[in-house]
Design a protein around this ligand. Structure first.
Ligand code: HMG
Ligand code: MG
Length: 304
């Protein structure tokens, strides 16, 4: 397999958006700093959405501004509409992500509109971003199943991916929001999208609810996809996706890739430190298998 994989770190956004324990702006900025120091140079740091809908992402402007001093890193933020775009730009955003869904049920639950209406909301965002020289990433949720509508046809995902691409998104991130996918289904979906768009511009955003995320990522890598979204510690989940748990953990992805001879540029010790720090703030150990294993090993070696 080619030695080039790009990890887009989700911890400070997807990772924290569903947490009950509030995390301060200072701690969110420190988390971003720690992740970049660990070698994760693309980090989604917040969301410019309704603070009534997602209070955890309030003050994303302060987080983005606070991370502004960090060099050699690219920061992403979610924007659902022009209001979000205005606020993101005022805080200095250079990359924004719009987010659609492959199912009507999830679109309605998450952003309170139909898929077609969401595209209408994104059009002015993409038009303005083009004028402003801002990059726009496009997410599609529920690509392997929806908590409301059930099965999702790969063609529905491919059609929506083409729509977002034609609007000007530079990369389409395909979200298994509720982590129900299995490798052959992931492959089928990626083949359907890859038949329409360059595989180099696709990303895999797999939640690990059923423990399938690494296997699904491997299947996607066999299809040539080389961009992976993951969250330190396996944090994450969407409050509007019943039953969803965290993103695939960055440690687990890094461990798998390095074991396959793929150089990620990530310092595992520093990543583990960042994961443990945020887990401490949330008051529970990280769920990721690799973080648990490395923490247990450390404990053994220190004779505790
Ligand atoms: P709406 O109710 O349709 O919008 O919400 P509206 O225009 O009627 O406005 C309603 C209220 O929201 C108004 O405030 C607006 O000002 C405010 P009020 O008058 O009630 O005080 N508002 C905003 N405030 C801040 N920023 C904005 C904004 N827009 C409107 N940009 C809306 C539509 C999208 C805003 C709402 O439904 C929302 O914020 N939803 C949250 C969606 C969300 O963040 N979900 C989680 C992230 S997506 C995800 O996790 C999936 C992903 O990880 C991929 C995967 O795993 O599949 C990306
Ligand atoms: Mg997600």
């Amino acid at each position: 397999m080619s030695n080039q994989v790009h990890i887009v770190e989700m911890g400070p956004r997807d990772g924290l958006q569903n947490e009950k324990t509030p995390v301060s702006v200072e701690a969110r900025i420190a988390f971003v700093e720690a992740l970049v120091a660990a070698g994760l140079n693309t980090v989604e740091v917040g969301a410019f959405v309704s603070p009534k809908a997602i209070p955890q992402m309030a003050s994303s402007d302060a987080v983005l501004r606070g991370a502004g001093h960090i060099k050699d890193a690219e920061f992403h933020v979610l924007v659902p509409n022009e209001k979000g775009y205005d606020a993101a730009r005022a805080a200095g955003a250079q990359v924004v992500s719009v987010f659609a869904a492959a199912s009507e049920g999830f679109s309605r639950a998450n952003i309170n509109c139909s898929i077609a209406e969401s595209i209408e909301r994104f059009k002015p965002v993409l038009a303005r971003a083009k004028t402003d020289g801002v990059k726009v990433r496009g997410y599609i949720s529920c690509v392997l199943g929806c908590p409301f509508d059930g099965e999702i046809k790969p063609k529905a995902v491919a059609d929506l991916a083409v729509t977002l691409w034609d609007l000007g998104c530079y990369e389409i991130s395909l979200g298994d929001t509720i982590g129900v996918g299995t490798p052959l289904k992931a492959r089928e979906m990626l083949r359907a999208v890859g038949a329409e768009l360059p595989v180099a511009n696709l990303a895999m955003h797999f939640h690990d609810t059923y423990g399938q995320a690494l296997a699904n990522l491997y299947a996607g890598m066999e299809e040539g996809v080389r961009v992976i979204d993951s969250a330190a510690g396996g944090l994450g989940g969407c409050p509007y996706a019943p039953g969803a748990t965290g993103n695939v953990a960055t440690e687990d992805v890094v461990y798998m890739l390095e074991g396959m001879g793929v150089n990620t540029g990530v310092d595992m010790e520093k990543l583990l430190a960042a994961t443990n720090e945020v887990a401490g703030l949330l008051g529970r150990p990280p769920v990721s298998r690799v973080a648990s294993a490395l923490n247990a090993k450390r404990k053994r070696l220190s004779g505790l």
